[in-house]
Design a protein around this ligand. Structure first.
Ligand code: PLP
Length: 472
């Protein structure tokens, strides 16, 4: 064992440097070979934890790095592969590995205090707000994802509705609330209302029109009725990119209505936010998003920033800060020194200690550029449209709904969709997930994959057709 003050650092930096370079080479080789590395099931001894459980000894670094490379790295989620279309999983980017290495090297705590990392986050938030076309004084914070961002946004909505005292008194002292979202809205909204103490019953689902958009007339009727019954509308949630079908609510109309009614307008734009960077017609889908009081979006889905990273953007920066500033004296800001500065991100969210997520975003956006990022969003929408055409034209598939963005759902005419999805996952052909449309199970592709090509779409559909025919 090494001496005091040297216990955790490498004893031989030269040897360690070589081990790190070897590990980096292994990582780069893996990323370069992504096309040959679909998801594969983990081995049995990994499954029950036996193989990895004994970690309390002191094993040489080279040996541990070898175990990482051989026993862990091969069993990733598979979303780095070009035919991974399951759920909505971003692909990641090689250049972000460099940023992640530097972030770990700096080991910054981005909860507060005066240092460079906070400025990088400020720059990223500023870019996000400008991309959304939010007002000048909008601000925000990077989060672990849209789920976390939704909790922050609903907290800010509550702070605006009931004032500062709600932070002291809790929700008991105030009328019951309702939040409205179109059918097909994401489960993270109900979850946010659960943790805020309102319960998922306070979420009202509004039916959608044939276009898949929220029925505005039904929304207005429901809100009028609720108000007449003494309920307080806390927020309307617009969806930009619904999880099942990739549909977008009429954000412009929702924004005007909410403004006129004095209701907080939140947009769940987990992946749909990035339609803003695409070519027409897709860039028009998210039109009006900048008028929202709050937006939740992800960088780890489209944008392919490695997990995890999302953002909560709020149009009223002072209100946002007033929702979360509660610093005790040991965390007080000073005029000068490390405790100086007025940009403490712990004042904009729930976490006091936070990692340096901003660096990987700043690096990806700057190196790759918004043109190439937008082109890949456009590619994915075209690929989903192609998949829709192939499904509609297939003898053994039925397209479930018209494709509007990057999501395509279809029913096989024979066989069980779950079984077909599992077979194709295990064979390495493609990863589809499954969902229900009209209550009927279907295969679903949500394409946020920068490695995918139109040929991959054709291959994947051919593989599905093969399995459906086998089931006839
Ligand atoms: C993925 C997703 C979420 C949840 O985002 P996380 O980053 O996984 O927390 C919310 N809404 C929609 C539409 C999504 O696709």
């Amino acid at each position: 064992m090494a001496d005091e003050g040297q216990r955790l650092d490498p004893q031989d930096w030269t040897a360690f440097s070589q081990e790190m370079h070897d590990l980096l080479d292994t990582c780069l080789t893996r990323m370069q070979s992504a096309r040959d590395l679909p998801w594969q099931p983990k081995p049995a001894d990994m499954r029950d934890g036996v193989a990895l459980r004994d970690i309390a000894g002191s094993t040489p670094t080279a040996k541990v790095f070898d175990r990482i490379s051989d026993e862990i790295m091969p069993y990733a989620t598979g979303n780095t592969h070009p035919r991974f279309f399951g759920w909505v999983h971003g692909t990641g980017t090689p250049v972000a590995v460099g940023a992640e290495m530097v972030a770990a090297t700096m080991n910054s705590n981005c909860g507060g205090r005066d240092h460079g990392a906070a400025e990088v986050e400020r720059a990223v938030i500023d870019w996000l707000c400008r991309t959304a076309d939010m007002p000048q004084d909008a601000f925000g914070i990077l989060t672990s994802g849209t789920s976390q961002a939704t909790i922050l946004a609903m907290s800010a909505a509550r702070r605006r509705k009931f004032g500062a005292d709600v932070l002291k008194n809790g929700i008991r002292a105030y009328p019951d609330i309702r939040v409205y979202v179109a059918d097909g809205g994401h489960s993270c909204i109900a979850k946010a209302l659960e943790v805020l103490g309102y319960g998922s019953e306070s979420l009202t689902k509004i039916p959608v029109l044939n276009s898949g958009q929220m029925d505005m007339d039904r929304l207005k009727e429901t809100i009028a009725q609720d108000r007449a019954n003494g309920l307080e509308p806390l927020a309307v949630v617009g969806t930009a990119g619904s999880v099942n079908l990739g549909y977008f609510d009429p954000l412009d109309d929702l924004a005007s209505y909410c403004k006129a009614e004095g209701i907080w307008f939140h947009v769940d734009a987990a992946f749909g936010f990035w339609a803003l960077l695409a070519d027409a017609p897709w860039c028009d889908l998210a039109k009006g998003i900048g008028q929202a009081d709050s937006i939740a979006c992800d960088l780890h889905k489209w944008m392919s920033v490695p997990y995890d990273c999302g953002a909560c953007l709020i149009s009223d920066r002072d209100l946002h800060r007033a929702t979360f500033t509660a610093r005790p004296s040991y965390l007080a800001s000073q005029d000068a020194g490390l405790a100086g500065g007025d940009l403490w991100f712990c004042d904009y969210g729930l976490e006091l200690s936070r990692g340096f997520k901003a660096l990987k975003v700043w690096t990806v956006v700057q190196t790759i550029g918004t043109d190439a990022l937008g082109a890949y969003v456009t590619d994915n929408c075209k690929q989903a449209a192609l998949m829709g055409q192939l499904a509609a034209g297939s003898e053994v598939l039925d397209l479930a709904r018209p494709v509007v963005s990057n999501v395509c759902c279809f029913w096989p005419k024979a066989g069980d969709p779950d079984k077909i999805a599992a077979t194709l996952q295990l064979s390495g052909d493609a990863v589809f997930s499954t969902t229900l449309v009209d209550g009927k199970p279907c295969l679903r592709a949500a394409i946020v994959n920068h490695r995918c090509t139109q040929d991959d779409i054709r291959l994947a559909i051919a593989a599905v057709e093969r399995e459906v025919r086998a089931a006839i």
